[in-house]
Design a protein around this ligand. Structure first.
Ligand code: DC
Length: 225
C-alpha cells in the first residue's frame, strides 16, 4: 500500500492545536498516496482575502458575502500543499501572526462557515474518483464529512499541547494565550474536544508521531478491507 495505494476513501481527522494533527495527517496521506486537505487553511485564506479587500472581520455579513466571491485554489499534494488566491500563491502568509490572531473571527461566523464548508465538501468530493483524501480540521468528523470511512479525533493533555507549541520558539505565556484562547473561542461554535459517535479517539500525549500515523493507517486499511 505504501506510496501507490488506491484508497478511494475519506479519512477525517479533528482535534485542537498541539495534537500533531497536521504532521500526522500529511504523513498518513503521503503513505497512502491520498490527497491532503487542511481545512484550517480555508479559514486562514478567507481571513487574508477579507483583510486585503478592506472588510472589517467583525462585520459578519460583509465577510460572508466576500467569501462567496473568493477565487481560491487548494493544491492537495501532501508533499507540497499550496493555497492560491487569485493566481497568487499565498501559502507562506497563512501562518503569520497577522492571520493567526484574527482567524477565529472568521471561524466563529456561522454564515461564513457555511460558505467555506461548501468549498471543503467540493474539494473532498473531487478526490473520490482518485485516491481519496485525508481531511483535517475541527468539524470534519462531525459536520463536514460525517460519512467518512475513517473518523479520528486526536487529543492530548493541555500541558503537552502547550509544550509542543513552545518547542516552536515563543514563550509559554504567549503560547498559552494563543493556543488556549483560540481554542476557547473556536469551541463556541464547534465541538472538537469530545469524539462524536463512531469517532475513534486517539490520545497522543504519550505517543510519537509515528505511532499515531501507524494507528490511523491501520484504521484505513481495515476500512478498505
Ligand atoms: O487548524 P488551524 O489553526 O489552521 O485553523 C485555523 C482556524 O480555523 C482556527 O481558528 C480553527 C478554525 N477551524 C475551524 O473552525 N474548523 C475547521 N474545520 C478547521 C479550522
Amino acid at each position: 500500500m505504501d506510496g501507490g495505494g488506491r484508497m478511494s476513501i475519506v479519512i477525517a481527522i479533528d482535534g485542537p492545536a498541539g495534537t500533531g494533527k497536521s504532521t500526522v495527517s500529511r504523513e498518513v496521506a503521503r503513505r497512502l498516496g491520498m490527497a491532503y486537505l487542511d481545512t484550517g487553511a480555508t479559514y486562514r485564506v478567507g481571513a487574508l482575502y477579507c483583510l486585503r479587500e478592506g472588510v472589517n472581520l467583525n462585520h459578519q455579513d460583509d465577510v460572508t458575502a466576500m467569501l462567496a466571491t473568493m477565487n481560491v485554489q487548494m493544491k492537495l499534494d501532501p508533499a507540497n500543499p499550496r493555497v492560491v488566491l487569485d493566481d497568487e500563491d499565498v501559502t507562506h502568509l497563512l501562518h503569520t501572526d497577522s492571520i493567526s490572531l484574527v482567524v477565529s473571527t472568521v471561524a466563529t461566523n456561522l454564515d461564513a462557515r457555511a460558505v467555506l464548508r461548501a468549498v471543503q465538501r467540493d474539494l473532498i468530493e473531487g478526490t473520490r474518483a482518485a485516491n481519496g483524501v485525508v481531511a483535517e480540521g475541527r468539524d470534519i468528523t462531525s459536520v463536514v464529512a460525517p460519512d467518512a470511512e475513517v473518523r479520528v479525533l486526536l487529543t492530548a493533555d493541555e500541558e503537552v499541547r502547550l509544550a509542543r507549541r513552545a518547542g516552536d520558539g515563543a514563550d509559554l505565556a504567549t503560547i498559552r494565550e494563543a493556543v488556549l484562547g483560540r481554542d476557547a473561542k473556536d469551541s463556541t461554535v464547534v465541538q472538537f474536544h469530545k469524539a462524536a459517535d463512531g469517532v475513534v479517539e486517539i490520545d497522543t500525549s504519550d505517543l510519537t508521531i509515528e505511532e499515531v500515523v501507524t494507528a490511523i493507517v491501520k484504521l484505513a486499511e481495515e476500512a478498505q478491507a
